[in-house]
Design a protein around this ligand. Structure first.
Ligand code: SF4
Length: 628
């Protein structure tokens, strides 16, 4: 062992020596990961940091030595030549993936013996490989291709005919297998068995005839099947959606979030020239490890969906129409609109402009809003906001509601609930319920059916609805009720609500704008714009900003950064948080204020419901109290 260094071991760390350099690593770290911490690459195929170790590819063979100890005295054996503890090197190479760091372990990764082992494994793997890189989807991100550059011979000594194995085997609706490319690493088998809990894959036949297949009568059809494509180190497993569509080196990568549920799996969006080609998981060990659901990968299709809303009407005109409706809905003379630009110019209803139905203007009879402005709402406007909106959008919705004096009882955020799958699709099928709570847009958990709104419409109490990307028909509002109100709809896709709306402002999907969401763990996460906005659509924040300014509110200039600086000032949980410095892995926020709420999510990957967490900590406390 070398002399102690600044990285000397603490109780949870062990010091190992790799290629002559000491490093302290957490106990249990294997040699591949320990080397990675030093910037040393130990090539491997079957090893995957989130799967059980099997050690069958033999690519990570390294020289390994342990500190010598006298068998009788149990004292260190000192090498007289160096004055340090002697290292007993093992006569044969050992696999790095299956060897955990132990105190004083010595590793050599760059010796002639190691290189020869890597060259032998590479030659062996290429014996029956079809070498079809020019037409293989994995080209550019293929471990075998990369190792062949480093350790391949450049020519084959194999003169016999190569094995012929099944090609174009559809393993499931989304995964295609080319068995000739398979190097039998078993990552896909371990994933389906250990992570997806859907044991459908296995090998049949022996030796070089071994073949990956589904068990008889089964299919690789679970909602996590495409993770096998991600982890396949070669091009054996390909996505039916992505294959032959685009070379990966042409694609731009943008960090994003899976917005299909509150699990908030971290993702990478791959795009070129304004078109998205695929979505893959981004590693976050606190949220989704290296996995994501198949359903989240297909969300990009919403960008070019047939029912995508677009318009050729200039935004200024749409905003004016929206203002006109909102102005008409607020009682004339009310400070909410009367003092604003739209108050004098945008009213749709002449009766309103003349003040024929004006209520009392006695300021003592109306409540003050939280920002000190007088709010004289007629109670005739309701806001239906969305838990699918970003933090900044929700904040601006709240500001618009405040500006209009809409009471909390007339602000609705519909819930979208489903069955949690125990992994990365949670019961809350929106990405940002917690964001709505944090910025005060929602005062309680969202409800699936907007029964109060329906009753208010029927009673004639609500005349105008500002709806943000929600279909009220799904929330229990009937077409007759929709026909009774004037609707301003901001949204991405056509639905019953947009069809009934008087003003429709097409907005953008999560892939077209910078966003932030708070997931089920109260983890604030950022998603970046991957592509420009679809023609004929407008950035939600810009639209909301224009509406707010038209109502006499603060001008956020459609910028998430500007909205954030105010939002973080007003929200204790976000104090001091700068939008641009939200870490790529997110930031967990204090959730104490919402501890009383019974959120719908059940246990998933890296998530436990609060009740279970409390039970566990209670049990731990009882245990420690019971100890003598
Ligand atoms: Fe490994 Fe890919 Fe073969 Fe599965 S298909 S065993 S992941 S090489």
């Amino acid at each position: 062992m070398s002399a102690p260094t600044a990285t000397a071991a603490t109780p949870d760390l062990v010091t190992v020596n790799i290629d002559g350099r000491d490093i302290a690593v957490p106990r249990g770290t294997n040699v591949v990961e320990a080397a990675r911490l030093l910037g040393v690459n130990v090539p491997h195929y079957c090893y995957h940091p989130k799967l059980p170790v099997v050690g069958n590819c033999r690519m990570c063979l390294v020289e390994m030595g342990v500190p010598a100890v006298d068998r009788e005295t149990r004292q260190p054996v000192i090498d007289p030549a160096t004055g340090r503890q002697k290292i007993n090197w093992m006569p044969k190479l050992q696999i790095g993936c299956g060897t955990n760091a132990t105190p004083g372990l010595h590793i050599r990764t760059a010796t002639p013996a190691v290189r020869q082992a890597r060259e032998s494994v590479t030659e062996f793997l290429l014996v029956n490989h079809p070498l079809d890189c020019p037409i293989c989807d994995q080209a550019g991100e293929c471990d075998l291709q990369e190792q062949a550059i480093a350790y391949g011979r450049g020519r084959s000594r194999y003169i016999e005919d190569k094995n012929v194995k099944p090609k174009h085997t559809q393993l499931g609706p989304r995964v295609m297998l080319d068995d000739e490319r398979c190097i039998l690493c078993s990552r896909c088998i371990r994933f389906t068995k250990e992570i997806a809990k859907d044991d459908v894959l296995g090998f049949i036949d022996r030796g070089s005839h071994s073949t990956l297949t589904c068990y008889p009568g089964k299919q690789l059809a679970n909602n996590y099947s495409l993770n096998t494509v991600d982890i396949c180190p070669v091009g054996a497993l390909t996505s039916t959606d992505f294959r032959f569509k685009m070379r990966v080196w042409f694609l731009k990568q943008t960090n994003s979030i899976d917005t299909e549920s509150s699990a908030g799996a971290n993702t990478v969006v791959w795009s070129r020239e304004g078109q998205i080609y695929r979505i893959t998981p981004r590693r976050n060990d606190e949220v989704n490890d290296t996995w994501m659901p198949d359903s989240g990968r297909l969300l990009y299709k919403q960008v070019r969906a047939e029912n995508r809303l677009t318009t050729e009407t200039p935004l200024a005109e749409l905003i004016a129409q929206a203002k006109s409706l909102l102005t008409g809905a607020v009682a004339p003379g009310s400070s909410g609109m009367g003092d604003s630009p739209m108050g004098s110019g945008g009213m749709a209803d002449p009766a309103m402009r003349t003040g024929a139905a004006a209520p009392s203007t006695d300021e003592s009879s109306v409540p003050h809003n939280p920002h000190g402005r007088v709010a004289r709402a007629t109670q005739s406007i309701a806001l239906v906001a969305s838990a699918r909106s970003t933090m900044a959008e929700q904040y601006l919705c709240k500001k618009i509601a405040d500006q209009l004096g809409i009471p909390a009882g007339s602000i609705h955020v519909p819930a979208h609930l489903g069955q949690g799958d125990g992994l990365l699709v949670s019961a809350d099928r929106t990405p940002n319920t917690r964001g709505a709570l944090l910025c005060g847009l929602a005062t309680g958990l969202p409800k699936q059916q907007l029964t109060q709104l329906a009753a208010d419409i029927d009673a004639g109490k609500i005349k105008t609805l500002l709806v943000i990307n929600e279909d009220l028909a799904e929330a229990g509002i009937t077409s007759e009720q929709l026909a009774k109100v004037s609707i301003i709809y901001l949204g991405t896709h056509a639905n019953a609500t947009s069809a009934a709306a008087k003003v429709v402002i097409p907005t953008q999907t999560v892939f077209e704008k910078d966003s932030s969401f708070v997931n089920q763990q109260f983890r604030l996460q950022r998603s970046k714009a991957a592509i420009p906005g679809h023609p004929g659509t407008h950035n939600d924040l810009v639209v909301l900003s224009h509406i707010l300014v038209g109502l006499g509110g603060h001008d956020f200039a459609g910028s998430p950064i500007a909205a954030w600086s105010r939002l973080s000032e007003e929200t204790p949980e976000l104090a001091g948080l700068d939008y641009l410095t939200i870490p790529e892995t997110g930031r967990v926020l204090d959730s104490t204020r919402f501890a009383h709420l019974a959120f719908p999510e059940t246990e998933g990957l890296h998530y436990k419901p609060a009740a279970e967490r409390q039970e566990e900590s209670g049990a731990r406390m009882q245990e420690s109290e019971a100890r003598p």
